[in-house]
Design a protein. Structure first.
Length: 350
C-alpha cells in the first residue's frame, strides 16, 4: 500500500507542469447570461437550435428561431426507485466505482479526476485508477507519463501490486494509479489471458481496503479494459453530456453493465447518472435534462455540472478544479456531486 503522502515535496518537483500564466477567472465564471451576437448577414448560417437561449435565462430574444429538435429517447426502461433500506444498505465503504460511457468526450475523465478530488477534500481516501491508454486522468492529476515507475498496465499484465504503482497527487488523500500508452496493447494482450475479464478485480482486491473510494476512469469503448473496470466495480456512474447525441449508445452501455452483472459481477449496479456540460442558455440542454430525469428518475444526480471553460483548463496545470479555481461554478458542482455520491457515509462494510 502506498503510505500517506510519500515524499510528496520531492515528487512535486517533477510532476508539476511548468507554470504558464493563468487566465483570469472573472470573465469565465460569470453567472450572467452572455448576450448572443447577431452574425453579419454574409456570415455562414448559425444553428439556432444549439445556441438559442432558454427564454427565462436571457434578455435577448431570437425571433423565428427553429424549435430545438427533440433529443433522442433513451433506449432502455426506467430504473425503479430504490427503497430507503436499499439506499442505506448500499452505502458502505469501501466502494469501487467505474466512470463509464463508451462515447468519447462525455466527461468521464473530468468526472473521475474532479469527483475524486472533491471526495478527498471531504476527507475520504481516494484512488483514481486510470484505465484509459490516453492517460488523461494521469496528466490531469499532475503526473507525467514519462516519470511513472509502474502503471496500471503492469498491474493488469505483470501482476505488479497496485501499491507499487500508486502516486500521490497535489490533493491530500487523493492518489492515482497512472496509465501509459502501454495500456493500448493490453486490450489485445488480454485476449488469450486466463480469466482475462477479472484481472483488474483481482489486482485491486489487495488495495481495496486502503481507500474509501476507488474511481476507475474507463476508456471510450466497450472492450476488455472496460469489462475489467466493470467487473472490478461495485457501482457504475455514467456521465451524460447535455447534447443532442448524448443518449445514443446508452442502451448498449446499460446492456453491457447487465451482462457483466449476470456473468461476472452480481454486485454491480448503476449507482447514478451525472449530467455534464450543462448550459442553461440552450433549450437543448434543458430538454436533455428533462428527458433523462423523466426516464431514469432517482438515478440521476440532482447536481448538474455546468459547461465552463475553467473545468477544461485545470488539466493543463495538472490540477483538479477544486484546486485550480476553488470558488468556480465547476468546483462547487463537483463538491455537491461528491456529497451526493458519498451521502456522507462513514460506514465500512463487514
Ligand atoms: P472523456 O473522458 O469522456 O473522453 P473528458 O473528461 O476528457 O471526456 O472531457 C472531454 C473534454 O471536455 C475535455 O477537453 C474536457 O476538458 C472538457 N470538459 C469536461 N468537462 C467540461 C465542462 N464542464 N465544461 C466545459 N468543458 C468540459
Ligand atoms: Mg477520458
Amino acid at each position: 500500500m502506498a503510505t500517506q503522502e510519500p515524499d510528496r515535496s520531492a515528487r512535486r518537483r517533477w510532476f508539476r507542469m511548468p507554470a504558464s500564466p493563468r487566465p483570469e477567472p472573472a470573465q469565465e465564471e460569470s453567472e450572467a447570461p452572455v448576450p448572443l451576437e447577431v452574425p453579419p448577414v454574409d456570415a455562414p448560417p448559425v444553428k439556432l437550435d444549439t445556441i438559442a437561449p432558454a427564454p427565462v435565462d436571457t434578455a435577448v430574444a431570437i425571433p423565428d428561431a427553429e424549435p430545438a429538435p427533440e433529443p433522442p429517447a433513451p433506449e432502455t426502461p426506467a430504473f425503479p426507485e430504490p427503497t430507503d433500506e436499499e439506499v442505506a444498505a448500499s452505502m458502505t465503504l469501501p466502494r469501487v466505482i467505474s466512470i463509464a460511457n463508451q462515447k468519447g468526450g462525455v466527461v468521464k475523465t473530468t468526472t473521475a479526476v474532479n469527483l475524486g478530488a472533491a471526495l478527498a477534500e471531504i476527507g475520504y481516501r481516494v484512488l483514481v485508477v486510470d484505465l484509459d491508454p490516453q492517460g488523461n486522468a494521469t496528466t490531469g492529476l499532475g503526473i507525467s507519463h514519462r516519470n511513472v515507475e509502474g502503471s496500471i498496465y503492469d498491474v493488469i499484465m505483470n501482476d505488479t501490486p497496485v501499491d507499487d504503482c500508486v502516486e500521490p497527487t497535489s490533493v491530500k488523500n487523493l492518489f492515482v494509479c497512472p496509465a501509459t500508452i502501454d495500456l493500448a496493447g493490453a486490450e489485445i494482450e488480454l485476449v488469450p489471458a486466463f480469466s482475462r475479464e477479472l484481472k483488474l478485480k483481482r489486482a485491486l482486491q489487495g488495495a481495496r481496503d486502503d481507500y474509501d473510494f476507488t474511481l476507475i476512469d474507463c476508456p471510450p469503448s466497450l472492450g476488455l479494459l472496460t469489462v475489467n473496470g466493470l467487473a472490478a466495480s461495485d457501482d457504475v456512474i455514467v456521465p451524460i453530456q447535455c447534447e443532442y447525441y448524448a443518449l445514443e449508445g446508452l442502451g448498449q452501455l446499460l446492456r453491457n453493465v447487465a451482462l457483466v452483472k449476470s456473468n461476472l459481477n452480481p454486485e454491480l449496479e448503476v449507482r447514478g447518472i451525472v449530467l455534464t456540460m450543462y448550459d442553461a442558455r440552450t433549450r437543448l440542454a434543458v430538454q436533455v435534462e428533462a428527458e433523462v430525469r423523466e426516464h431514469f428518475g432517482p438515478k440521476v444526480y440532482r447536481t448538474v455540472v455546468p459547461r465552463t471553460v475553467r473545468i477544461s483548463e485545470g488539466p493543463s496545470f495538472g490540477e483538479p478544479i477544486i484546486v485550480f479555481d476553488p470558488s468556480s461554478r465547476g468546483a462547487i458542482a463537483y463538491r455537491e456531486l461528491a456529497k451526493e455520491v458519498s451521502r456522507g457515509t462513514s460506514r465500512r462494510a463487514g
